[in-house]
Design a protein around this ligand. Sequence first.
Ligand SMILES: [Zn+2]
Length: 277
Amino acid sequence: MEYQQGTLAGYEVREYLLAKWGRTCAYCGRTGVPLNIDHIHPRSRGGSDRVSNLVLACIPCNQSKNATPIEEFLKAKPALLAKILRQAKAPLRDAAAVNATRWALWRALTATSLPVTTSSGGRTKWNRSRTSAAKSHTLDALHVGRLDAVTGWPSIVLVAKATGRGTYCRTRTDKYGFPRLQLPRIKTVRGFQTGDLVRANVPTGTKAGVHTGRVAIRTTGSFNITTRHGTVQGIGHRHVRLLQRADGYGYATHSETRVRVAFPPPPEGGGIHSGGP
Ligand SMILES: [Zn+2]
């Protein structure tokens, strides 16, 4: 009921319909155009507001269908009519899977006796529309749940990416599955391990410059460094300094989209909270 009538009215249903109908007009299949919510059985003829009676339609289709019963509107396209009626009744399969999973997760979390609150993707989007924040993973995280105000966000975010700690397999195979080369048994060369975060300061030569990133070791002592700009090959170990030991993650910084935020004035005792502890 809250979704249908509360402050989020329209947001949840719209997001659901966009996913269910693949962001295309149900009647003509056009995509990338503004889409209206259309009642399969017109409201004026007693059609309900339930999501099973809603599709997305481009503005021309929405207007030309108007209050026409769908059977009449699609009289010339019986296959399409059948498809729409079938799909309208079908629940969103992914949503059904998420539904089942999230309640299991919720039950497990509440069993810890820590305070647990829940929210929805529709509310996240609604919050973002109030602060006019761009869509990104980090800004989505900031906009989850009940939100009084956002006073700003960092321009740089830290991105941690799981890279693993290498492989036990000591051979590489060719396309027929035969061993192609032998990898060394040792994991360290000159004190470095593949995956270490390093900075190389190369004074001269074609590789001259400062290179910061993940190192890939070679027994020759000539290393490769993957920086944010690409991979630099053949860096002598003498130029390389360790910044951080490999821990199975790669770290990088990305710039966050900077959008001015002036909404709304923080309420008394305001600030950011996203529910939960
Ligand atoms: Zn259309």
